[in-house]
Design a protein around this ligand. Structure first.
Ligand code: MRU
Length: 344
C-alpha cells in the first residue's frame, strides 16, 4: 500500500514508529488522531505530513455536525489549527491545509455535504499528484547519477516520507530503474534513526545495494574517495535556496564541498517557501530530550541530563550544487532560478 491512503472515511497509514520490526497499519477516523500521528511521527517526511494534514482536514469535515456552510467553514478553521500545531518545520503541512481551505471556501460549494465531498476529492488529488511529482523529480534527478556511483543519503526520503516513491530516494530509485548500478551509503540518522530503520528497510526491499553507516562515518568516507554524490531532501527551502533538512544535513553539505563532491537537495516545489528570505527565518523544531537519551527503550545517558534536540538544521545555499524539483534542476543563482521553477 501507499504510506497513506483514504478509504471511505478512514485514513490508513503505515505506523513508521514500528518499522522495521513490524508493518502495522493505523486506521484513523478522527482528525485529532491524525494530528497525534503527525506529532508523534507515526507519519513523517515533509510530503507525507502534507498528505496526512489534507486527509486530516477532510476527516474533520466529515466528522462535523454543522448544518450550514458558514458553521462548517468555522469548524474547519479549528480543525486546521489543530493540525497546524503538530510540526513547525515542514512547510508542506501548511501548504496542504491552505490548499484545502481554499477549496472549502469555493463559493460554488453551498451545502456542508458539497464541501465534505470536495475536500475528500481535493485531498485525494493532492496525494495522487505527490506520487506523480516524485516520479518527475526522479526523472530529472537521475541525470546527475552515473553508472557505478556511490551515493550518500541522510534520513528517510523514500516512499515512507512521501505518498509513494520518494524525493532523494526517488532519484536513487529512478537511476536504479534506468539500469544504473548504484550503491547507497545510508546515514543511520540519530536521534530518530530514520536512515537505519526506514531507508535501509526500503532499499533492501527494492534490492538496491546499500550499506548502513554511523552518521560519524560520513566524513571519513568522503575524504577517502568513497562518495560520488550526496543527496538529501528538505522540509523547507527559503527564497535564497537555503534548505532546512534533518539535523546533520548541513555537516554533510560542508564536508561534500570540502571534498569536491556534488551535493543536491531534492524537493517538490510545495516545499519551497518563497515568503521566507533565507534559512534563518525557517522555524526549527525542537523535540523531546528522550529521543536523544533513550534508544529502543534503553536509556543511554544519566537521568535528568540536560539535552538539546533540534530536529533540523539549515544548509546555506552556497553548499548546494543544485536543487532538484519536479520542474527541473535549479542551479545558482538560486534566488532568481527558484522563482522560475515554482512558477512552473
Ligand atoms: O523528522 P522527519 O523524519 O519528518 O524529517 C524528515 C526529513 O528531514 C526529510 O529529509 C524531509 O522531510 C524530506 S523527505 C521527502
Amino acid at each position: 500500500m501507499r504510506t497513506i491512503e483514504w478509504d471511505q472515511g478512514t485514513v490508513r497509514m503505515i505506523d513508521q514508529r514500528r518499522l522495521p520490526a513490524e508493518l502495522v497499519i493505523l486506521e484513523l477516523t478522527d482528525y485529532r488522531d491524525v494530528a497525534r500521528a503527525i506529532r508523534e511521527m507515526a507519519i513523517r517526511g515533509a510530503p507525507a505530513i502534507g498528505a496526512a494534514a489534507a486527509f486530516g482536514l477532510a476527516l474533520g469535515a466529515r466528522q462535523s455536525q454543522a448544518r450550514d456552510r458558514e458553521a462548517l467553514l468555522a469548524e474547519l478553521d479549528e480543525v486546521a489549527e489543530t493540525l497546524r500545531q503538530t510540526r513547525p518545520t515542514a512547510v508542506n503541512l501548511f501548504w496542504a491545509l491552505d490548499r484545502l481551505l481554499t477549496r472549502a471556501h469555493d463559493p460554488a460549494l453551498q451545502t456542508p455535504a458539497e464541501i465534505v465531498a470536495a475536500l475528500e476529492a481535493e485531498a485525494q488529488a493532492l496525494a495522487d499528484e505527490d506520487v506523480e511529482i516524485n516520479r518527475r523529480m526522479g526523472a530529472h534527478g537521475a541525470q546527475v547519477i552515473s553508472d557505478g556511483d556511490n551515493i550518500l543519503t541522510h534520513c528517510n526520503t523514500g516512499s515512507l516520507a512521501t505518498v509513494d516513491f520518494g524525493t532523494a530516494l526517488g532519484v536513487i530509485r529512478a537511476a536504479w530503474e534506468q539500469g544504473k548500478r548504484v550503491h547507497v551509503w545510508v546515514d543511520e540518522t540519530r536521534p530518530r534513526l530514520q536512515g537505519a530503520r526506514l531507508t535501509a528497510w526500503e532499499l533492501m526491499r527494492d534490492g538496491i545495494p546499500m550499506t548502513l553507516i554511523a552518521d560519524n562515518a560520513a566524513g571519513h568516507l568522503m575524504r577517502s574517495g568513497q562518495v560520488d554524490v550526496v543527496l538529501f531532501g528538505a522540509d523547507r527551502v527559503a527564497a535564497n535556496g537555503d534548505v532546512a533538512n534533518k539535523i546533520g544535513s548541513y555537516k554533510l553539505a560542508v564536508l561534500a564541498r570540502e571534498n569536491g563532491i556534488p551535493c543536491y537537495s531534492v524537493v517538490p516545489t510545495s516545499t519551497i517557501d518563497l515568503s521566507l528570505p533565507d534559512g534563518d527565518a525557517i522555524p526549527i523544531e525542537e523535540r523531546d530530550p528522550e529521543e536523544v537519551t533513550v534508544i529502543g527503550g534503553v536509556r543511554i545517558a544519566p537521568q535528568n541530563v540536560p539535552v538539546y534536540n533540534p530536529a533540523f538544521d539549515v544548509t546555506p545555499h552556497r553548499y548546494l550544487t543544485g536543487i532538484i524539483t519536479e520542474n527541473g534542476i535549479v542551479y545558482p543563482p538560486f534566488k532568481r532560478n527558484l522563482r522560475r521553477v515554482v512558477g512552473g
